[in-house]
Design a protein around this ligand. Sequence first.
Ligand code: F6R
Length: 568
Amino acid sequence: MCGIFGYIGKNNAKEKLIEGLENLEYRGYDSSGVAIVQNGQVHIVKKAGKVCVLKDELMDSDINGNCGIAHTRWATHGLPTQLNAHPHTDSKNTLCLVHNGIIENYLELKSEYNLTTKTQSDTEIIAELISKIDEKKNLDKIKKACNLLKGSYALAVIFKDEPETIYLAKKESPIMVALGNDGVYISSDANAFKKYANNFYILKNNEFAKISNNNIEFYNKNKKINKKTNNIEKTFSFENKNKYLMQDEIMQTPDALKETALYFDNFKNIKHYFDNVDKIYLIGCGTAYHSCLLGKKYLEFLNVPIFTEIASEFRYSKIKPSKNSLCIFVSQSGETADTIACVKKCKCKTLAITNVPNSSITFNCKKTILMKAGWERAVASTKAYCCQLLVFYLIKCLLKNEKPKWKQLVSSCRKYLKKNNIKDISKKVLNFEKIMFIGRQEDYVTAMESSLKLKEISYINCIACPSGELKHGTLALVDENTLVILISTKHSLHNKNLLSKQEIEARMGCCFVASNIADSKIELPNLSSDLLPILSILPFQLLACEVCISKGYNPDKPRNLSKSVTVE
Ligand code: F6R
């Protein structure tokens, strides 16, 4: 979703800002813009569409300066037009700003303060408010305006009367600052700093920063404060070998699993966190929620009630976990708004499983298990999903005092991906109007995740159904235009699954079996039943990617989706 980048230093800001925005592109956006200070004047360039459109115009222009702010916008209030893109200015043109988050009371503020606006964006209200406030110091204007805002914001502001200074403000949406060799960098995503700095500062809620060339000052609501730096995680390097990031990221799964398993040694004391727990809640969204469903299978031996919850639902449910509950939050990005809302709701033991250190979820949870999947930039989550499942498996082994067999998992994954023969199947998938994934138990979860992967990047209408539920209604959808992919990895259930195949074929539907058991159309890795669920998704991640590419789409940037869903 929206991204902020800023730079003030020795070099040309426009190159830095474009590079920064390119690094934020993976999060999803629909317009972008920059404000650059040149000889005391602030120049704004905004464009609907891709960053490359903005880049072309900016690089051809005479705008040059050493200080600027930039933004990628994911439309929430108002269409994704050039007008609604950030930066926004106030009507007197005294300042410009970029904003991540949502101002919930912007309409109330608009009428209460009699503000006029030219765009449909909630952000413009912030610019108007700041400029209306009668304070001498610009920082105090921002502080006072922020006091009036309800909702979430990360703000970067440049004032016309103080053009070589960037102000920041933060509530709920992330914003960070890094001191590099050639200047100060600002970003809403620490990944964007990797090239420039080794450590960075993270603003907490209701904190502010005043940044000028090589000087960073931090403030809370009352006074100037000192802050400690955090290290920038330079994960092992993953080479880009394929045309698309999603292809690379699937192929990185063996290394991501290995690094995650090795790093898990740092979290062994988590074992005691499970002592005296009387209920476990596993909470996440989308793919991360599917990890929770499989996580439950790994933890069922504990014999305590385990609930799996979709974060966007759970945040509004009447259920409040009791004091002795353990809530486990799964989130690749660590920034998903619905999941964060659930963390805040749960006043009990809280544990995050995430891929991003220093993310909001890690700050809000009492404990964290960090995965080492490496930067996942393609919107569809692949290697991170496998690592989330691995973490649940490792927790199970830890609690049961079993030696984890992760080396076997890694080598099987490597072998499987080398063989990758999903191309033929993907061609066949294109012949069908409707696709259905079915399975039982762990395989049903894989079916759900497979269906999500295929629909999110190839826009094919597909669903998942537990095999045994077919005959309770869903079979009505099966006809000669339907392909059912039956996932079957359990010996004890294989014959039952084959009955479903017959039911489908009797209705002229086509059924491909995906299995590690007998001769099957789609071969699954040959692994023991506790490890296989971690990898049984591989052929379907590959399939989704292939189908998407053959339909002429870019799997890394699916329509209407964002990598980090930071708003509700
Ligand atoms: C699908 C996908 C999404 C995310 C979901 C939660 O491929 O990536 O469904 O899993 O938006 O995101 P995180 O894990 O960052 O909380």
